[in-house]
Design a protein around this ligand. Structure first.
Ligand code: SDX
Length: 423
């Protein structure tokens, strides 16, 4: 590679490609002309070495365990800012001034109600429907109600759709939770902040006043911050690919929710908690460590490992502190925490995990924390989706404003060559 150029040699032919440097992190080789020059594609299933776009929103250094939102370290933001300040930062690139914060909070707060007819969607679901199934359906159905904010070429409509998604996703999530419990929906309360309002919609009942514990709602708010964005992960890439066709923002976010649901991605928090419950006691941990290492056993230790982090996920550190804070505040001695801590203790010294650089990720302690806050296992990925909606919207907005072309990958074809039917 010389002077910002990379040279590809195949046989006695050479082709040059530009190298672009970012502000920090790996440079990229621009291979957009590779097929036109060489008649060949790159091949990178899982995109382990592929940059899909340029972005100025989030930076991850997997080797150093660094996560920056618009340059600010995640632990600084989690400790010193609230979720809507971080949302503003992700959307617009700078932390809000007091006046900007007041205006943004007012706009989000006053969009938290959903169209009253949306509540009728819920009666079409079984009561035991997974809340993520409901989220996929109802968030996507927002495009059936909010036609006045689906023209992605109009900056004003993009802003309105962004605010509606950030404001109404928690309301829909709380409705999905209430529907699963058979309790009546609880309307948003404008006097409450984002996290407190969400907890009130989830846990209040009409029969009595529900006072949100400020320590618990602050923990909820911090958990939202930790999950807000994470570069070009599977669900964000899904949102960008859906958005590249010009699909409306509500449909794109619904696609992101669907992708996040997978146990290899956002579904890992629910899977991790299920694993802790299956293990049950500390003395059974070695048996499951062996299962995780067994190539013939499909079992994986959920909440462990990451495509990018080859050191401790910085979010997991903040999440662990928050977990202990919430359990202490509630006076809960959760036996599953002992199981989780023993799993971590053994795994961090076991050659299999050390050699593969497998560390706890954001999903490892989040389940225990959220369970302590009162959420059942099947709501954990829903909470992840509520928080990640901010990142999805910010990344979608950046892509639309960058006027990215439709995403259309190619393939290595391994099927039948041309043949004709003989009968
Ligand atoms: C999230 O991308 C993001 O940024 C995602 C996310 C975000 O904020 O958006 O951070 C959120 O999705 C976190 C990850 C949550 N998923 C899990 O916790 C599920 C368990 N983890 C794995 O399935 C896995 O680690 C992935 C999916 C997270 C990463 O998979 P990779 O990068 O494709 O790695 P791999 O599957 O190739 O694993 C490398 C090796 C393999 O062993 P070998 O074939 O080399 O012998 O490590 C092993 C794997 O078998 N391995 C594990 C393991 N994770 C990887 N073995 C046991 N338990 C695990 N958890």
């Amino acid at each position: 590679m010389e002077n910002g150029k990379a040279t590809l040699t195949i046989g006695n032919e050479n082709w040059d490609f530009d190298i672009h440097d970012g502000t920090v992190g790996p440079s990229v080789i621009d291979i957009g002309s590779l097929y036109q020059k060489t008649g060949r594609f790159t091949y990178d299933p899982g995109f382990t070495s592929t940059g899909s776009c340029s972005s100025s929103i989030t930076y991850i250094d997997g080797d150093e365990g660094v996560l920056l939102y618009r340059g600010y370290p995640i632990d600084e933001l989690a400790e010193n800012k609230d979720f809507l300040e971080v949302a503003y930062l992700l959307l617009y690139g700078e932390l809000p001034t007091p006046e900007e914060k007041q205006d943004f909070d007012f706009r989000v707060t006053h969009h938290t109600m959903v169209h009253e007819q949306m509540s009728r969607f819920f009666t079409g679901f079984r009561r035991d429907a997974h809340p993520m199934a409901i989220m996929c359906g109802v968030v996507g159905a927002m495009s059936a109600f909010y036609h006045d904010s689906t023209d992605i070429r109009d900056p004003y409509q993009r802003m309105v759709a962004s605010i509606r998604l950030i404001a109404k996703t928690p309301t829909i999530a709380a409705m999905a939770f209430k529907y699963s419990t058979g309790q009546p929906f609880v309307y948003p309360k404008n006097a409450l902040d984002y996290a407190a309002n969400f907890m009130h919609m989830c846990f209040a009942v009409p029969c009595e006043e529900y006072q949100v514990n400020p320590i618990l709602s602050r923990a909820m708010d911090r958990i939202f911050i930790l999950h807000a964005d994470h570069e070009q992960n599977a669900s964000t890439s899904t949102v960008r690919l859906a958005g590249s066709s010009g699909a409306n923002p509500f449909a794109c976010i619904a696609a992101g929710i669907a992708s996040l649901w997978g146990p290899a991605h956002g579904g890992a928090n629910e899977a991790a908690l299920d694993t802790f419950a299956e293990i049950g006691t500390v003395d059974r941990v070695p048996e499951y460590i062996d299962k995780a290492k067994d190539k013939d056993d499909p079992f994986r230790l959920s909440g462990f490992g990451h495509r990018v982090y080859k050191s401790y996920d910085p979010r997991a550190k903040v999440m662990e502190r928050t977990c202990h804070e919430v359990l202490d505040e509630l006076g809960i001695k959760d036996p599953l925490l002992k199981v989780a801590m023993e799993l971590e203790r053994i795994a961090l010294t076991d050659e299999y995990f050390v050699e593969r650089k497998l560390y706890p990720n954001v999903d490892f302690y989040s389940g225990i924390t959220l369970r302590a806050l009162g959420f059942p296992n099947n709501m954990l990925t829903v909470l992840f989706a509520v928080a990640r909606t901010v990142g999805w919207v910010a990344q979608w907005k950046e892509m639309v404003e960058d006027e990215q072309r439709i995403g259309r990958p190619r393939q290595l074809y391994t099927g039948s060559t041309l043949r004709h039917m003989t009968t």
